[in-house]
Design a protein around this ligand. Structure first.
Ligand code: 26W
Length: 836
């Protein structure tokens, strides 16, 4: 018998009775800490590594989560409730320790318990490695969603991949990005629980064949496949102060035993090890591409692996209680697809229901299209996933047959709706024809789902007008908007304790789970004494940020200056280049002695470039070179400082957002689906300088135009301007821009590296620049001038800062999740039995 089968043999333990609840007081926590430190980790007072102290505390807290986790599961099982599943190739969880402490509401007890042992929580928390299992916004959104679902006691489970290597670590060497592998599991992960007894088997390759079943029916089976095992690792997802602990289940790929044995028996030892390696590669690395799809075979393997393992897991649980009766399956389950990445779920659920469970096509299709819902996160054409049919055929022969059948039936519907419109059929086909036919994953997700949503109002509207227009005409009721949010637990209560305290002193503590209560701060914006306290908190947070910049960048930021921050993935559409052009303009002003209305400013830019994205890497190099020149210039002094923060990640943002004055959200209108960093900054009292793009529009509506620095063209204006975009004329017509371009082109920032910025310069000059960078330069500089002036009046600025926090209530993922639930999922909240 094989290892995993053995684990499935069930041996119930009827005599295993409940244990008494664990103490939440400082003494109990300290006792358990010592227990783990001494017996489990085998360390003593001579051990110098803070890591083990972090681990001991994590294990002690995990025990507390475990009790609640079990109660939550019991509550869901007893109620036999309808459940939701959030499927995502990315979960950017960051650190778990602080989150557990906050959501268990045990901060004070932990602090005291550690104090009795001579330890400081901050130091221990710093020892935790970020779980960087995501690229950027889409992955972090998934993490915030899980936090909110648990807080709302919604029975939602996450499904993802347990990448051995997460998002690469970014080093800056000579101003350039260098990537290093992020072996985040090296020191072990106290938050995960391996559950090999729920291992699933995922087929690849082989072929499909017809056969006759016992009843004489013709059926299809997938044969000669090379299977890979999916081993689940569960992470606890605690709700805030409500006793709920949900699950994030991450799959690790493992070779099957047979696979190994077959090769071993043939005497092919090295080959068998190689085969094992190949299987295990599937969950080895996170693809570090944000918004550009690169068509790698391994990526499709990852996607199918997640889809198949997760669906089999859900079906296995279903079978455990309902047997082969699927009549109520769609009433009890709903799957939310995080972008197209898990959209193999559509053909895979069909395959499992038809081939494995004997359902007919129509019944299976009814179930699939009543359980799948799809969220789109981008309009950029280069980010839309398409897989070559040939690759699909080789890797996933049986799912491809099902895709063909789905498409044939779908195109028949299109033909009925628009008789004779073959052009429309061609446009809408799931299979894109051409020399290399492709599977269009977005269309597959669209056809297979009952709900399709964008992530901000503008984005959702643009989807129905552009990319998905035909589908919108066919099925208008499928389309809806769900504006993103962020969790106020991590992004305010945890990361900004001083502000959290001030807010709680002012409006009470209810805001942590009901963010609109922050509106109670607004009247206090007119109170000078309150403004002073608010400013004091911001000042202390700026000092904390300045310390980070000093340590990571060796640049000195003066906390009296305006902290102007842009942190996000580096991409041309996000226009970090526009930001740096403004910095060059400020530098030019200082050199010319133009100090009229000057405000001292510290500019911080951070973010990772996809390793293969040459332009993004060149932008990083330019930022670093400009920083170098500006910071070294004695004529500039402390009036202007520029730094590029290496290795931007979740835990860095926890220091950055609280210490920021001005939040840069400057994408070309119509390109940023939503943005979520914009919301974190707003919550922490930063004022936004931004375009009418993504959720910026809604942020400005909430806070009012007077408390937002708006600039640039609208999405409509961008599309209108495109054909006649004339950068040469813009440069000729603007003395400040001319001067900036002159400095850049003179090689002032690359004296010993001739020509390195030519590609950036050329893109700025190109009438075909897709991001119309120079079109918004003049209005950007004007908005920046207004921001500088506003900052000069500290009372006025503080008022704006307070009003931004006060108006951020809508941007909690609690609201977002309530909307998903009311309009898409229709789940009942199921509170867990409290532990006492
Ligand atoms: C296939 C490779 C790939 C990888 C990532 C394609 C596309 C992506 C996404 C564009 C990544 C992403 O993070 N999108 C962001 O999603 C956020 C959450 O909805 C939004 O706030 C951002 O605007 C959007 O860029």
């Amino acid at each position: 018998m094989f290892y995993h089968d053995q684990l499935l043999e069930s041996t119930p333990l009827p005599h295993l009775t409940e244990l008494p609840p664990l103490g939440m007081d400082a003494a109990s926590l300290a006792r358990d800490f010592r227990h783990y430190y001494t017996y489990n980790l085998g360390r003593d007072r001579h051990c110098r590594s803070v890591h083990y102290a972090y681990e001991a505390l994590s294990l002690a807290l995990r025990d507390r989560l475990m009790e609640r986790w079990k109660n939550t599961r019991y509550a869901y099982d007893e109620r036999d409730c309808r459940r939701g599943y959030y499927l995502s190739l990315e979960f950017l969880m960051g650190r778990s320790l602080g989150n557990a402490i906050l959501n268990l509401e045990t901060h004070e007890a932990v602090r005291q318990g550690l104090y009795s042992l001579g330890l400081r929580l901050e130091e221990l928390a710093e020892a935790e490695h970020d779980a960087g299992l995501g690229n950027g916004g889409l992955g972090r959104l998934a993490a915030c969603f899980l936090d909110s679902c648990a807080t709302l006691a919604l029975p939602v489970q996450g499904y993802g991949l347990r990448y051995e290597y997460g998002m690469f670590r970014q080093k800056i060497v000579d101003g350039q990005q260098v990537e290093e592998p992020d072996h985040w599991l090296r020191a072990g992960n106290p938050w995960e629980i391996e559950r090999p007894e729920y291992t699933q088997r995922v087929p690849f390759e082989g072929r499909s064949e017809f056969y006759r079943d016992h009843a004489g029916e013709t059926r299809v089976r997938w044969v000669d496949s090379r299977d890979v095992l999916a081993v689940p690792y569960d992470l606890p997802i605690p709700g805030f102060g409500n006793g709920t602990v949900n699950t994030l289940r991450l799959w690790k790929a493992a070779a099957t035993d047979e696979f190994n044995l077959g090769e071993f028996n043939a005497g092919l030892y090295p080959e068998s090890v190689a085969a094992k390696n190949q299987a295990e590669h599937i969950s080895m690395i996170l693809y570090p591409n944000d918004a550009s799809e690169n068509g790698k075979e391994l990526r499709l393997r990852q996607q199918y692996f997640l889809a198949s393992a997760s669906l089999q897991d859900v079906l296995a649980r279903w079978g455990g209680t309902q047997g082969e009766d699927f009549s109520t399956f769609a009433d009890k389950n709903v799957f939310q697809l995080n972008d197209t990445h898990p959209s193999c779920c559509v053909p895979e659920l069909m395959r499992l229901l038809i081939d494995q469970h004997g359902l007919g096509w129509d019944e299976a299709w009814g179930i699939t299209t009543r359980t799948m819902a799809y969220t789109n996160h981008t309009l950029l054409p280069e980010a839309l996933e398409k897989w070559p049919v040939r690759l699909f055929q080789r890797l996933l022969p049986r799912p491809l047959e099902i895709v063909y059948e789905i498409n044939a039936r779908f195109l028949a519907e299109v033909a009925r709706h628009w008789p004779g419109d073959t052009e429309r059929q061609r446009r809408m086909s799931i299979i894109e024809e051409g020399p290399e036919p492709m599977v269009r994953m977005a269309f597959l997700a669209l056809v297979g789902s009952f709900s399709v949503n964008g992530v901000a109002a503008l984005h959702s509207r643009l989807l129905t007008e552009g990319l998905f227009r035909d589908f919108y005409e066919l099925w208008p009721a499928k389309f809806n908007n769900k504006t993103n949010g962020v969790t106020p637990r991590r992004w305010l209560a945890w990361c900004n304790p001083a502000l959290a305290r001030l807010i709680t002193d002012t409006v009470g503590q209810g805001w942590v789970a009901d963010l609109p209560q922050l509106a109670g701060l607004a009247p206090r914006a007119d109170d000078p004494e309150f403004r002073q306290r608010w400013r004091g908190v911001k000042q202390a947070n700026k000092e904390r940020l300045a310390a980070l910049v000093r340590q990571e960048c060796e640049v000195e930021f003066n906390p009296q200056a305006l902290f102007d921050v842009q942190v996000k993935r580096i991409h041309e559409y996000k226009r970090q280049l526009l930001n740096i052009l403004h910095v060059i303009h400020l530098y030019d002003r200082l050199k010319r002695g133009d100090l009229q209305g000057w405000t001292d400013r510290c500019v911080l830019i951070g973010g990772k470039a996809a390793p293969g994205y040459f332009m993004a890497k060149t932008i990083i190099k330019l930022i670093n070179n400009v920083a170098h020149v500006v910071n070294a210039d004695p004529e500039v002094g402390s009036r202007l400082r520029v730094a590029f923060l290496p290795d931007y990640r979740v835990s860095a943002m926890e220091i950055i957002a609280p210490g920021t004055d001005l939040s840069e959200q400057i994408s070309t209108a119509g390109k940023e689906a939503s943005g979520t960093g914009n919301m974190k900054f707003m919550m922490n009292g930063a004022v936004t300088i931004g375009t009418l793009d993504g959720a910026n529009i809604e942020i400005r509506e909430e806070v009012g135009a007077a408390n937002f620095f708006l600039f640039g063209m609208t999405a409509e204006e961008v599309e209108q301007a495109r054909p006649s975009y004339d950068p040469a004329a813009l440069i000729a017509g603007n003395e400040e821009l001319r001067q900036v371009m002159r400095l850049l082109e003179s090689g002032h920032f690359n004296q010993f590296e001739p020509g390195i910025f030519d590609p950036l310069i050329a893109s700025l000059h190109s009438p075909h620049d897709p991001w119309l960078t120079l079109a918004d330069f003049a209005s950007y500089v004007e908005a920046q001038r207004q921001a500088a002036q506003a900052y000069g009046d500290q009372e006025h600025w503080t008022r704006m800062s307070i009003l931004n926090s006060a108006a951020s209530g809508r941007f909690s993922t609690d609201r977002t999740m309530q909307e998903y639930n009311q309009e898409i999922w229709h789940l009942q909240a199921v509170p867990a039995e409290p532990v006492r």
